[in-house]
Design a protein around this ligand. Structure first.
Ligand SMILES: Cc1cc2nc3c(=O)[nH]c(=O)nc-3n(C[C@H](O)[C@H](O)[C@H](O)COP(=O)(O)OP(=O)(O)OC[C@H]3O[C@@H](n4cnc5c(N)ncnc54)[C@H](O)[C@@H]3O)c2cc1C
Length: 434
């Protein structure tokens, strides 16, 4: 059994089902010596790759520097659930974008739309399947989902349907839930295939990606920025920081804005067709409404990929299977004898108000981060907005950059224990059905 966070055949990616099921490209060169670029992007996850792809499409020359390999971070190891909209739901959009010339419906769908356009434009095969369902444990959860469905109708957001417990059986073969909210325009995909496909598209357009090239400093040189690794530098007109939960202390202002939190996924062996159809008859992805939630789906080869857990501070638990398996059996007791083939952990970046952030630290130093577990979709919207802003179209970028944020109570030193206490309280409320 591969251990959590062990390394796989090329000694870099975590030992995930994803790394084991892609055609692994040759390692890209490490940055050596001097390079020039219009835009230098730090981090080759969905944020950096989508921003780079949109910039290259605009004819802007991009160099991406990745500390490990393309998709090594959250982007290549996540649950693969494309959940339309934002953390905070339609309320978030109503609060900050009501007067905006782009409609609430278009903003809600934008990230997923950009992602699907990329899949089509570059023929990226990443096992995309339509359909996402948020499932409810309690009447209180159902009331929340009914309100979300009402807001979707009010704003003409397509694809949503409230399901009672009986109707939900067509999507999830478990008796646990009180009902759910189906988003037929959500979906699921193999995230590492997506990241590798986006990287290849970026390079085909003339962009460059260097792997094994951790950026150690960024210094303003006149009008430009110098981005340095141990073995080279890029001089660029603009820089975008896309390290998200893995950026560490490269930028102190950004480190204070986000907190890494580890979440885990395990993959069963391939299930017999009948059993796979019994547990997930519509082959959609599922996430529940609780504060510490379960999220799961089938892979293209019929494994159940079951995720959950949040460890504030970003430390992987020693026994991922021991932690996730009881949760899986709670939902699907019929999987008691099924073997677990892979288990891994990865870090998401959480913000204090749980809203994703993008903005500028200087006139030519941009960032995007803090997707709070909703990044498959929102990274692609932020990638587009970053490219637009660098191209001179700043209206929507400025609106997102203006969303208020606050630091964590306790600062960088005590935010982990504060968050653990808060999470215990919200977890208790979930268990009591409050
Ligand atoms: C286990 C797990 C499950 C998840 N499930 C879902 C889900 O189902 N749906 C969903 O929407 N979201 C999910 N997420 C969240 C989602 O994966 C992220 O929000 C998204 O991938 C963030 O993309 P990113 O490009 O901003 O960051 P990342 O993908 O983390 O990429 C950051 C990259 O920056 C690089 N980097 C950092 N510092 C430097 C440096 N100094 N120099 C060079 N490179 C650097 C890192 O090596 C890394 O590759 C999940 C996350 C995890 C970990």
């Amino acid at each position: 059994m591969p251990a959590a966070d062990a390394v796989n055949r090329d000694n870099v990616y975590p030992d995930s089902y994803y790394a084991a099921s892609v055609e692994m490209p040759a390692q890209r060169d490490q940055l050596q010596g001097h390079q020039e670029a219009e835009v230098c992007i730090v981090g080759a996850g969905f944020s950096g790759l989508s921003a780079g792809l949109f910039l290259q499409e605009q004819g802007c020359r991009v160099v991406v520097l990745e500390a490990q390999r393309v998709g090594w971070g959250a982007s290549g190891r996540n649950g693969g659930q494309l959940i339309n909209g934002f953390n905070g739901g339609i309320d978030f959009l109503q609060d900050y974008f009501s007067g905006c010339s782009t409609s609430i419906a278009d903003l809600h769908m934008a990230g997923g739309d950009y992602l699907r356009q990329i899949l089509e434009r570059y023929s990226i095969d990443c096992d995309y399947r339509p359909g996402h369902v948020t499932v409810a444990y309690s009447r209180k959860h159902m009331q929340g989902l009914a309100e979300e469905a009402r807001l979707c109708r009010e704003h003409n957001i397509p694809g949503y349907q409230l399901l009672d417990a009986d109707a939900l059986q067509a999507c999830v073969g478990s008796k646990l839930y009180a009902g759910g909210l189906l988003d037929s325009l959500g979906g699921h995909l193999h995230p590492l295939k997506l990241a590798l496909g986006e990287a290849q598209a970026l390079e085909q357009l003339g962009g460059q990606i260097f792997e094994h090239s951790p950026v150690v400093s960024i210094d303003k040189k006149g009008e430009k920025q110098q981005i340095s690794t141990a073995s080279g530098q890029v001089i660029a007109g603009q820089v975008i920081l896309c390290g998200n939960a893995y950026l560490g202390q490269l930028s102190k202002p950004l480190a204070a804005r986000v907190m890494p939190a580890a979440t885990q996924v395990m993959a069963t062996e391939s299930l017999p067709e009948e059993l796979a159809r019994e547990i997930l008859p519509a082959d959609m992805c599922i996430a529940d409404c609780r504060y510490i939630l379960d999220y799961y789906r089938l892979s293209a080869d019929r494994r159940l990929l079951f995720g959950g857990g949040t460890v504030y501070g970003g430390v992987a638990p020693a026994d991922i299977i021991g932690k996730l398996r009881p949760n899986m059996l709670n939902v699907f007791p019929q999987l008691a004898d099924v073997k677990i083939d892979y288990a891994w952990s990865g870090n998401i970046a959480i913000t204090n108000n749980r809203h994703a952030q993008l903005g500028r630290l200087d006139d030519n130093l941009y960032f995007a981060h803090g997707y709070c577990g909703h990044g498959v979709n929102v990274t692609h919207l932020f990638g587009k907005l970053l490219a637009d802003a660098i191209g001179g179209e700043t209206a929507l970028f400025d609106l997102f950059a203006g969303v208020p944020w606050s630091g964590f109570p306790g600062g960088q030193r005590f935010r982990v224990p504060y968050s653990v206490a808060g999470s215990w309280w919200y977890g208790l409320r979930d268990r009591l059905g409050m």
